[in-house]
Write a protein of this length. Structure first.
Length: 127
């Protein structure tokens, strides 16, 4: 359904360090920067891109929006969360752990990245 997700940032160095660390915990290679200063990550057919806003205005995050990353295990969720906290991310909501959902049990963790975007690492647990 999606071709990519693009997030804005005003500090590409901080955002790249954050995403290189957190996505490495999920098995993703470091981001590649292009001549325009954007950074791109590729994994399992998905793309995450970081860019300073093209219109020159400050970057802002979506109110109510969340970008979710798939994790292979609860340990990967924990590693993602720890890497984010160590690289200028902010822990939000509950501590990482299992959550019931109408779609089956999940193991979740939430962070805000250095630009304030809300992120989630999710592992779908066996019912």
């Amino acid at each position: 359904m999606f071709s990519h997700i693009m997030l804005g940032t005003d500090d590409m160095a901080a955002s790249k360090a954050f995403y290189d660390a957190t996505l490495a915990a999920l098995g993703v290679a470091p981001g590649i920067s292009d001549p325009k200063g954007r950074t791109a990550y590729r994994h399992a057919g998905g793309r995450l891109l970081l860019s300073t806003p093209i219109n020159g205005e400050p970057a802002c995050h979506a109110n109510g929006g969340t970008v979710g990353f798939a994790a292979d295990s609860p340990e990967a969720v924990e590693a993602w969360h720890a890497a984010g906290l160590a690289h200028c991310g902010t822990g939000i909501e509950e501590a990482p752990g299992p959550r019931p959902s109408p779609f089956g049990p999940l193991y979740l963790a939430y962070l805000r990245d250095p630009a304030g975007n809300k992120l989630c690492a999710a592992h779908r647990m066996a019912a």
